[in-house]
Design a binder for this molecule. Sequence first.
Ligand SMILES: Cc1cc2nc3c(=O)[nH]c(=O)nc-3n(C[C@H](O)[C@H](O)[C@H](O)COP(=O)(O)O)c2cc1C
Length: 185
Amino acid sequence: MIYLVYAHPYPSQSRANRILLDALRDLPGLEICSLYDRYPDFDIDIAAEQAALGRAGLVVWMHPVYWYSTPGLLKHWFDKVLSYGWAYGDGAAALQGKDCLWVASTGGAAETYSVAGIHERPFVDFARPIEETARFCRMNWLEPCVLHGAHDIDDAALAGHASHLRARLQSWLDLNVGTGTTATI
Ligand SMILES: Cc1cc2nc3c(=O)[nH]c(=O)nc-3n(C[C@H](O)[C@H](O)[C@H](O)COP(=O)(O)O)c2cc1C
């Protein structure tokens, strides 16, 4: 199954991520954990999270980009759930071989993430800590799904992005459910 870890601090105020998430909700085999709804006091149920990850073949981390990174509760989830001896370290292989898809939205337009742009670097530079977190846990890092210009994107383009994301997850399910092996999208 797919375990989607959703980290929006104000889910009811979201436009972009809410539309993306709503486009996915009825996918079979998709389990969504909205971190800020489930753990408003940051008291993460580590065993439950690790069990959900154990069931998953694809792990999705989905959030708006805040200060070039994840919202605080997803960082806290990394700190608590991706523990030594389970996710990484000697003999740890709980996440080995699982696919990991990063789904992020930015307020900045695509062209602002360049040497000449206001953020001075390509967006991929800011993805590195997330990517290496996945790789350090021996997960298979998939091509991220990034929505730039989330404030300005019109409804049709946002719906198109949502369809694209849904199609990627559906392809993963088509390739992996019932096959007993893992193929990537
Ligand atoms: C505290 C905070 C920090 C943010 N930091 C960034 C940032 O570093 N880069 C960026 O492009 N957008 C940044 N944004 C804009 C958000 O990424 C944007 O509001 C979000 O992707 C929109 O998605 P939503 O409609 O689901 O809330 C920030 C927004 C907030 C509230």
